[in-house]
Design a protein around this ligand. Sequence first.
Ligand SMILES: [Zn+2]
Length: 113
Amino acid sequence: MHELSLAYEVIELAKREVFKNQVTTIFEMEIEVGDLSGVEAVAFLSALEMIAKSTLLEHTLFHIIRQPATGRCSTCNLEFEMKERMATCPSCHSFPYEISGGQEFRVTSIVAE
Ligand SMILES: [Zn+2]
């Protein structure tokens, strides 16, 4: 399961931050997940919470910030939000010729003490 191994990576990263910055508690973590990043946000969050349970991130609040992608239709030039890689134009059902955003997968902030 892809989401599970990513969740392990995020937890490891958080642990490294804890040791590096000599903090004891991580209150919040914010992670950006693009809609086209291939990461399923809900599955990722539950994997994260499951792994965090037996670690020092047990009480950490995880925020998943979803980043939508925008496609531009190759036929009618309409700009539309893409929730998945194969999304087509809502007006004429053509594929977009240009896609921007939605590829992010990164930890954007850690609130610790
Ligand atoms: Zn179109």
